[in-house]
Design a binder for this molecule. Structure first.
Ligand code: NAP
Length: 484
């Protein structure tokens, strides 16, 4: 099967922070892959911009090294790389000063799609937005892309929204949450809204509960000081996990269109009930054979910041009343795994004699590793010997179903950047969504700060603190095993 590449219009993409970690690890290797698959029209340009004094040749060398390191198997395509590098340029610019802006103004064209990726600290967003305007570089169709974190609470997110709104219309602002660019996340919408099978069951009559787990094996080493001011709630829950929750719980939008989808997601966030602190478990990893403790990584012996969080949430609407959503995320866990699991209710009655087992249909949607979905169904165990029932997965793993094309499936970043060029905001967060998410998380954070809540210590390489297991055990349920 050959994957279909939808061409985009010619563009100028300026990457502020073009020498930074994100640009080198994700953005440029991703763009290189899009170039190889023919999605970058001739004449399009990628313009790196940062303070470092580099010329085009120096920047191209930097990016070719980055692609060699992070570009995967495509990086050996030297002819392709040569062609890609020719479309790269560089401007030395200071977001806070005047240097470089005139050069950029001369470079960026008005008659092609213009996009500006703010891959810099959020404290520079305002300066960039303002200078793009005062130097008459941006026009009313330019797009800007901003990275997480989008604020650290409601107040700062509002301020950031206002700063951007002073120069750009909401339809020009693309707030990235790369989880939304993942193939499986979009497939979740296809499965829900493209099949007759699931939607009638997608409610409190048939669903017992839903679990969302995002587990990482890495700790916070290297960025401990930054992370210690943030914690799992701000770093992961307020954005990635809440976005996944929205997609799994939202009502079908009238059409697959940016505002229709985002309106429905917003309604989910607004329907989230406040959470009692008994239904929140915060944890910090201990030292293990593979590394130091959280507090050592954070270089803060008195840190109360959580590297793990588990919560039981409820969505107060007709569809989900009474259905708990258990969400958890943590660092230094036993495996790297992101999964959404929909656990359907028990059968009301079994007709099979001697069958004491509880057979439940379980739909699991894996984001990483091995993106894919499977549905656990009950069947008769093959062979003679009577009616014995077993549970087997109906596997919808993309690698099996789609063969080689899965290799070509765009990484989240490259897909999202191409959506920016196409002007499609469906997979980007709207300003009111981000604010609503902070409005829900702020009181929870304030609650534990006011209580001086001390996170539970958990073993590195485990599934998190025992209290998180108890959170579900108390309800007669259990977490899915975290498998890499
Ligand atoms: P980084 O490695 O520190 O890079 C920052 C970039 O900004 C560099 O290119 C730096 O280059 C440039 N810069 C700094 N001050 C500047 C100024 N005054 N004017 C112009 N350019 C300036 O940071 P990063 O990890 O790439 O992160 C960039 C953004 O993405 C941050 O908002 C971060 O939170 C977000 N993010 C990063 C990741 C990731 O995996 N790295 C993931 C999610 C979100 P010069 O020093 O040469 O100016």
């Amino acid at each position: 099967m050959v994957s279909r590449v939808i061409p985009v219009e010619e563009f100028d993409l300026v990457i502020f922070g073009g020498t930074g970690d994100l640009a080198r690890r994700k953005i440029l290797p991703g763009l290189f892959r899009r170039f190889l698959s023919g999605q970058m029209p001739a004449g399009s340009r990628i313009i790196g911009a940062a303070r470092s004094e580099l010329d085009n040749a120096g920047y191209r060398k930097m990016i070719s090294e980055a692609i060699a390191e992070f570009g995967g198997k495509e990086s050996s395509n030297t002819k392709g790389l040569e062609g890609f590098l020719q479309q790269l340029e560089y401007v030395a610019i200071d977001a806070r000063g005047e240097g470089g802006w005139r050069d950029l103004a001369q470079l960026v064209r008005d008659d092609v799609v213009q996009a500006f990726y703010f891959s810099v600290a959020p404290s520079l967003f305002g300066d960039l937005a303002e200078r793009l305007h005062t130097n008459k570089i941006a026009n009313k169709n330019s797009r800007i892309v901003v990275e997480k974190p989008f604020g650290r609470d409601l107040e700062s997110a509002r301020a950031l929204n206002e700063t951007l709104a002073a120069h750009f219309h909401e339809r020009q602002i693309y707030r990235i949450d790369h989880y939304l660019g993942k193939e499986t996340v979009q497939n979740l919408m296809a499965v829900r809204f493209g099949n007759m099978l699931f939607e009638p069951l997608w409610n409190n009559h048939y669903v017992d509960h839903i679990q969302i787990t995002v587990a990482e094996t890495v700790g916070v080493g290297g960025r401990g000081a930054y992370y210690d001011k943030s914690g799992a709630m701000r770093d992961m829950v307020q954005n990635h996990l809440m976005q996944l929750l929205c997609l799994i719980a939202m009502e079908p939008p009238g059409q697959f269109e940016a505002d229709a989808v985002r309106d429905e997601k917003l309604k989910v966030i607004r329907a989230l009930q406040p959470i009692d602190h008994h239904h929140i478990v915060r944890g910090q990893y201990d030292a293990g054979p593979d590394g130091p403790s959280y507090r050592e990584d954070a270089e803060n012996e008195r840190s109360f910041t959580e590297s793990f969080i588990a919560m039981r949430c409820h969505i107060a609407n007709w569809r989900w009343a009474g259905v708990p959503f258990y969400i958890r995320t943590g660092k230094r866990m036993k495996a790297r795994s992101s999964e959404i699991t929909v656990v359907f209710k028990d059968l009301g009655h079994t007709i099979f004699e001697g069958d004491e087992a509880r057979h439940r249909n379980i739909l699991s949607i894996r984001l990483q590793p091995n993106e894919g979905m499977d549905l656990q169904v009950t069947i008769k165990e093959p062979g003679p010997g009577g009616m014995r029932l077993i549970d087997v997965p109906l596997d919808m793993t993309f690698a099996d179903a789609l063969g080689d094309t899965v290799e070509d499936v765009a990484d989240a970043y490259e897909r999202l950047i191409m959506d920016v060029i196409r002007g499609n905001q469906t997979l980007f967060m709207r300003g009111d969504e981000v604010e609503a998410a902070w409005r829900w998380t702020d009181p929870l954070i304030e609650g534990w700060e006011a209580r001086n809540d001390v996170p539970k210590i958990y073993d590195a390489g485990s599934s998190g603190p025992d209290d998180a297991l108890m959170l579900m055990h108390r309800d007669g349920r259990k977490w899915r095993d975290i498998k890499g």
